[in-house]
Ligand binder design. Structure first.
Ligand SMILES: *Cc1c(COP(=O)(O)O)cnc(C)c1O
Length: 376
């Protein structure tokens, strides 16, 4: 890891070797289960690596027009891959462009489908369903909760109109195959009456397929059985699983001091550069660091903004941290680059690619103009 001291900080470093390891796993699942796998761009949209992703996956999916355009320009069109989209509600002025660049459009309800169906000629249309079966406790990530605005419940779906070719559900978040099996049982018991009519079933994202303890055999069996039973195509559209553990956020310690405990200010900010640390919330791993008090020197690491809660977490180290020292946060390729912001006028981290051959390539560097361009 001699590159750690060569990079400008803060920066994200995408690790091509790790990315390919994930993609190999996903390609193996695809092959053995006979399903298709798409990149959910909302988790990871480092398009410089789309040519790598295109070697393994069937395409990508988007949450709106801009992601759909990115997927079309950088993956679907140049590599002849699929481009899918789901949005809770489509915008009138954007729909025609969406229908031009997306082969699959998923509607949140029948009302949306009826509104736009005549403008979606030649597109494979689907409806997102809500199986009303929660398998997780993170309320903010649970589309099956009370009064959910995501997906159509069985109460609202007596019949599948002509022209609907697929069903979609997305209810998982960082989960194993057991949660999928349980969810699928709920989907089948409620919406199974339509399974004979559809050409495809999209089982969304949230499948943590590339995590070491993920039960891939169960996933493969489940998908295979489903395909044999109904004869439709099955799609998975993971985001996280594609770039899980395939990137770092490298930061420099700017200052250290005491206030009841040792505190270190870094040039990476939880609020700006790893918002899920605060939103989810979770504690990212730092290379070489332990839990508080596990090692000799414990610090509270925090960002360089004025937000009191811009705290990454408490970590212990073998030796005291010094100004100028580099720290490496792990698993920072997902929900980071595509979610960061310039709150406080904090600069966006540079983006590097650590190529498979070990060469470090600077993909993009941001500056004052990138802050100013979003303001007026
Ligand atoms: C978020 C999302 C995904 C990807 O989820 P991950 O948890 O990153 O795997 C896929 N499909 C839809 C509809 C989503 O909203």
């Amino acid at each position: 890891m001699d590159w750690i001291n060569k990079v400008n900080t803060p920066c994200y470093v995408i690790d091509e070797r790790r990315l390919r390891e994930n993609l190999e796993i996903l390609a193996d699942v695809k092959r053995r289960a006979g399903c298709r796998i798409l990149l959910a761009q909302k988790a990871y949209s480092a398009f410089a690596t789309y040519p790598i992703i295109a070697e393994y996956l069937d395409g990508c999916t988007a949450s709106g027009l801009f992601e759909a355009r990115l997927g079309y320009e950088e993956l679907a069109k140049p590599f002849n891959r699929e481009n899918h989209i789901f949005s809770p509600a489509y915008r009138e002025e954007e729909f025609d462009e969406i229908a031009k660049i997306c082969g699959h459009i998923i509607f949140n309800n029948l009302r949306q489908y009826e509104k736009f169906k005549d403008r979606a000629k030649g597109v494979s249309c689907g409806i997102r369903v809500n199986p009303e079966h929660s398998t997780q406790e993170h309320g903010i990530y649970d589309p099956c909760g009370e009064f959910s605005r995501l997906g159509t419940t069985i109460n609202e779906l007596n019949d599948l109109p002509d022209g609907i070719e697929g069903l979609h559900f997305h209810t998982l978040c960082e989960q194993n195959a057991d949660a999928l099996v349980e969810t699928l049982a709920a989907v089948e018991s409620k919406f199974g009456k339509f399974f004979g009519k559809i050409k495809w079933l999209n089982m969304g994202g949230g499948h943590h397929i590339t995590r070491p303890d993920y039960d891939r055999e169960l996933l493969i069996e489940t998908v295979k059985n489903l395909r044999e039973k109904y004869g439709f195509e099955v799609y998975l559209e993971p985001g996280e699983a594609i770039a899980l553990n395939a990137g770092y956020l490298v930061t420099t310690v700017l200052d250290t001091f005491k206030n009841g405990m040792d505190i270190a200010i870094t040039d990476a900010s939880a609020a700006c550069h790893m918002p899920d640390v605060l939103e989810m919330p979770y504690r990212p791993n730092v290379q070489g660091a332990g839990l508080p008090n596990e090692k000799a020197f414990t610090y509270r690491l925090g960002g360089n903004t004025c937000l009191a809660g811009d705290i990454i977490g408490d970590y212990s180290f073998d030796s005291a941290l010094s100004e100028g020292e580099r720290l490496v946060f792990e698993d920072m390729a997902i929900y980071s680059m595509c979610k960061n912001n310039t709150f406080n006028g904090i600069a966006l981290p540079s983006i590097y690619l650590l190529r498979g051959d070990g060469e470090l390539v600077l993909l993009k560097k941001f500056g004052y103009e990138d802050f100013k361009v979003r303001l007026s």
